[in-house]
Design a protein around this ligand. Structure first.
Ligand SMILES: [Fe+2]
Length: 360
């Protein structure tokens, strides 16, 4: 060994090459560590709060709504558990964009963070575009599958105290009309019960003159105006809004996590507290201090490495350890999805609805 070292020291070019090879191998081990960890994260089961029974009928209810979480998974869930418990919330509802991208490892990061935070409050989620679409792809079946595995159906209703909460899926697929007959039936079955509608994208163009309905939600807006809910709670936009549009109160609950990237300093996050009882409906957005979870930071780093293996330079950096893992039969395959920059035409979306993911 010492003879090899002595010989390398005598030949600076050989020494440089050896150091570069060592550095390359070390980086490739890091990349493959990320891939192995991400593969485990993709199989992570949802903690019990996502399947816990809701509050059921009663005289009053306190629902906490969480807006777009995304990268806020790093420092929101640990602060969320005490915020929910000290506030006495009966139910937590995410208005979508709960994860950064619609693929198993990103879901695993979130599920792990919720499990470690010990969140016990029953939790429901509606899908946002980030929950349904993988990076640079607009096929909502991929994230949709991960969503349903973790949280259950993409649209749902739940009786909570004196109200009915209805979660709609308008995250990405532009086929909200298909859910309207179900929505009418659900409201008919609960005739006379006030209801709250939760959906990721606000149904109205809130900044356009006369606030028209968003073009794929004209029918939904007509239904909302006919069968007025107490509130529509949405996310997606990056600014808090509380607007009355044609008699429909629309709240955009914007500050749930981090949608702007890995900022070094983040402001407080917010929960939108909605309390409904005999005295009426109270709406209160409240800020909370964040609490970082180092374990989640490691998970995020691992998923970053896993995702970067799809790029030529990521695959190259990970190559030496990848070859070694292949020899040992432990290599993690690189998963690539078709790149789609625009939302596909409605006919494509409809045909995808009929076509199972495996047959693509
Ligand atoms: Fe969104």
């Amino acid at each position: 060994m010492s003879a090899v070292l002595a010989s390398l020291l005598d030949h600076p070019v050989l020494l440089g090459a050896a150091l570069i090879a060592l550095l390359w191998f070390s980086i490739s081990c890091l990349v493959q560590w990320g891939a192995l960890r991400a593969a485990r994260l993709a199989k992570r089961a949802a903690p019990p709060c996502f399947r816990a029974e809701g509050p059921g009928p009663g005289e009053r209810v306190h629902v906490a709504f969480l807006g777009d979480l995304q990268r806020g998974v790093l420092d929101v869930p640990r602060a969320l558990a005490p915020a929910l418990e000290s506030g006495g919330a009966d139910l937590l509802v995410s208005s979508g964009d709960f994860v950064s991208h619609g693929e198993g490892p990103y879901y695993g990061v979130l599920l792990g963070a919720f499990a470690r935070a010990g969140i016990k409050t029953p939790t429901r989620v509606v899908p946002g575009n980030h929950d349904l679409w993988p990076r640079r792809c607009k096929d909502d079946r991929i994230g949709g599958e991960a969503f349903e595995r973790a949280f259950g159906p993409r649209h749902w209703s739940l009786r909570a105290g004196p109200v009915l909460i209805v979660g709609l899926d308008n995250g990405a697929d532009w086929l909200i009309d298909d859910q309207l007959p179900w929505l009418e039936r659900t409201l008919d079955e609960h005739a006379g019960v006030p209801w709250i509608c939760v959906c990721h994208r606000p149904p109205y163009e809130l900044d356009a003159p006369d606030t028209p309905p968003v073009r794929d939600m004209v029918e939904l807006a007509a239904l909302l105006e006919r069968r007025k809910p107490l509130l529509v709670v949405a996310g997606h936009l990056h600014e808090y809004r509380d607007e009355l549009v044609n008699g429909v109160r629309v709240i955009v609950n914007a500050h749930g996590g981090d949608v702007h990237g890995l900022a070094l300093q983040r402001d407080d996050f917010e929960l939108l507290h909605v309390r409904v009882g005999p005295e009426g409906t109270e709406v209160e957005p409240r800020p909370y201090r964040r609490r970082k979870d180092p374990h989640t930071a490691l998970d995020q780093l691992a998923v970053r490495f896993w995702a970067d293996r799809r790029k030529w330079w990521g695959a190259l950096l990970g190559l030496p350890a990848d070859l070694l893992l292949r020899l040992l039969g432990r290599s993690v395959p690189i998963v690539k999805h078709p790149v789609e920059r625009r939302i596909p035409a409605r006919e494509v979306l409809v045909s995808r609805r009929r076509e199972a993911l495996e047959t693509r």
